[in-house]
Design a protein around this ligand. Structure first.
Ligand SMILES: [Zn+2]
Length: 333
């Protein structure tokens, strides 16, 4: 669950082998297309993750200011020079994604791959980086953006063509969504949700894909990683935190404008294909039980949405664990 080097994993698939002496011809169109496929997946992840983080900002234990902008750093690729040329950049930083409906997207200034040379007075290109597969600098740049938004209540982003855009942030739950360039895993480590690009739910319809992200976001907003560190990762503890994350899924969905019933549909869709592996481990309830648990939350959520226009899970959600202690008594089923 920890120390995942997710960011920039993308570019393992890119360029390095082609750049060898044996193949003097580099197909830049193919390189650009490979980057584009990764960016398409990242756009989907950011759009849906941000919608959940934005829609639940009123209830999350920690919020951060966000403009919905994600950067890319050519130094994170296996062959930065090839990546730069494929995208037509002279420096290393450019727009990766501007989240649907975010301040960045609404400004109209953040087209994909547009080159960036300034983040509020700093040129990230001047920050040191290793020659290739550099992943730390991009993280630093994102933290820098958040710091500027926190300190100044806005940020000016300068583009290579000499123009700039000044943006005001909105509040979102303090979780970053990161795409991993390979793998089928989905994990939450307390501050991040990291999804492998081969995770099957990428092929699901948006509400069901959102349900997966809601499950991972739930782990973070309910403090599960820290709680398990304190209380131990016994099978019983893991199962109860999984159940709690499951049960919160429809709440997070509803506040983000999705159908809360999509949580149950996610488990059905997932379970009919991936049943065996999960049942073998038995740290989780079976998918059919998970479907029941999440479906059971929906009437309460629907009632709250109708009466209050929001589903305040800080007030109305029944916890399975005591955040400051151990397990809470289990309710009879
Ligand atoms: Zn989980």
């Amino acid at each position: 669950m920890h120390a995942i080097r997710a960011v920039a994993g993308a570019m393992l698939l890119l360029a390095a082998p082609l750049a060898s002496a044996q193949s003097p011809t580099i197909d830049y169109a193919a390189e650009r297309a490979a980057i584009g496929r990764y960016q398409d997946a990242d756009q989907r992840l950011q759009d849906v993750g941000w919608q959940l983080a934005r829609g639940n900002a009123a209830f999350c234990p920690r919020v951060v200011p966000s403009i919905g902008l994600q950067l890319q750093d050519m130094a994170s690729y296996g062959a930065p020079a090839i990546a730069r040329r494929a995208l037509g950049l002279s420096g290393d930083f450019a727009v990766q994604t501007a989240v649907r409906g975010s301040p960045a997207a609404l400004s109209g200034a953040f087209a994909r791959n547009r080159e960036i040379i300034r983040l509020e007075g700093f040129d990230p290109n001047t920050w040191p980086a290793s020659p290739a597969m550099e992943w730390q600098r991009l993280i630093t740049a994102h933290y820098h953006v958040t710091a500027m938004l926190t300190e100044h209540g806005g940020i000016a982003v300068g583009f290579a063509d000499g123009s700039d855009a000044r943006l005001q942030p909105v509040e979102v739950c303090a979780t970053r969504f990161e795409l991993m360039g390979e793998g089928k895993t989905a994990v939450a480590d307390g501050t991040r949700v990291v999804i492998g690009i081969e995770f099957p739910a990428f092929a699901y319809d948006e509400p069901e894909f959102a349900a997966l992200l809601a499950h991972e976001l739930a782990h973070n907003v309910l403090g599960h990683d820290a709680w398990l560190d304190t209380n131990g990762r016994s099978r019983k503890h893991v199962r109860r935190t999984e159940r709690e994350a499951d049960r919160l899924m429809p709440w997070l969905l509803a506040n983000a404008g999705y159908d809360p019933a999509a949580a149950a549909r996610f488990w059905r869709q997932w379970g009919t294909k991936h049943d065996a592996g999960i049942l073998l481990i038995r740290k989780h309830d079976g998918w059919d039980e998970r479907e029941e648990f999440v479906a059971a939350e929906v009437p309460l959520i629907t009632g709250l949405m109708a009466r209050e226009g929001k589903a305040d899970w800080t007030a109305h959600f029944r916890r399975e664990i005591d955040p400051a202690g151990g397990l809470l008594p289990q309710r009879k089923r």
